[in-house]
Design a protein around this ligand. Structure first.
Ligand code: 5RP
Length: 236
């Protein structure tokens, strides 16, 4: 383990290290995005370099692709891979049913496509991401830039009929400019505080023209590997 890690980084690292053991020779592996997933990529890179582990990685963002190449993991596109053995990724929230909010790093679209194309999705997270009910973390929606303000109004109107506590919608920014995803889209963050029916919300918002995908991962995750600041790891 790298020395001088803060408790939160230690938690992320031990979760990533433990989850990396799910990966075996010959596997096609979906590589998540974010600070926890970056530890995973480094752990796998070490196994590739030191133990000769032979895997092919399908990254979920340009950031992860660059890191994977840097640590010596062979990268392929999802179209080349078609189907994956496993995806390991971080999350912004997970609940008791292993449903998730993802997209804090703006990569939710590729993350959802890659996770859905995998036999197994393993989430790695520190214990602070555990919630009883999803929604404390703002729910990201990827929307096309064309007419995004109209899309935002449609989302706000749709939220009036939904079982949520907050209804503020904000455009994600990158400094003074709107944030762009790898797909060239914007992100609208929905400040809902509590999502009463995540499955229904996910289906409804995806019906709105201009919405490409949302950050709710329902029935996609199989296992959560939870890291603690004292180095303990538990599975759910
Ligand atoms: C990126 C994601 C990340 O997995 C999520 O935001 C968690 O990130 P981190 O591990 O840095 O806390 O969904 O789109």
């Amino acid at each position: 383990m790298p020395s001088d890690l803060s408790p939160i980084d230690k938690a992320k690292f031990v979760a990533a290290k433990q989850a990396s053991l799910y990966v075996e020779d010959g596997m096609k592996v979906g590589l998540g995005t974010g600070s926890t997933a970056a530890w995973l990529v480094k752990c796998l890179g070490e196994r590739v370099q030191d133990d000769g582990l032979k895997i092919k990685g399908v990254p979920t963002s340009s950031r992860t692709a660059a890191l994977a190449r840097e640590v010596g993991i062979e990268v392929m596109s999802l179209d080349e891979a078609r189907w994956l053995d496993i995806t390991i990724d971080g999350a912004d929230e997970y609940d008791g049913n292993l449903n998730l909010i993802k997209g804090g790093g703006g990569a939710l679209l590729q993350e959802k496509i890659v996770a859905t194309a995998s036999d197994q999705m393993v989430v790695i997270a520190d214990a602070s991401k555990s919630v009883e009910t999803l929604g404390g973390f703002p729910l990201p929606l990827e929307v096309v830039p064309f007419g995004w303000q109209t899309t935002k109004t449609l989302i706000e109107e749709t939220l009036i009929g939904m079982d949520v506590l907050g209804r503020k919608v904000s455009l994600r920014m990158n400094g003074e400019a709107p944030f762009y995803t790898d797909e060239g889209n914007h992100i609208l963050d929905l400040h809902l505080n509590r999502i009463g029916n995540a499955r229904q919300l996910s289906l409804v918002v995806n019906q709105i023209p201009g919405v490409v995908e949302n950050g709710l991962f329902i029935d996609i995750c199989d296992i959560v590997v939870i890291g603690h600041g004292d180095g303990r790891v538990e599975m759910r």
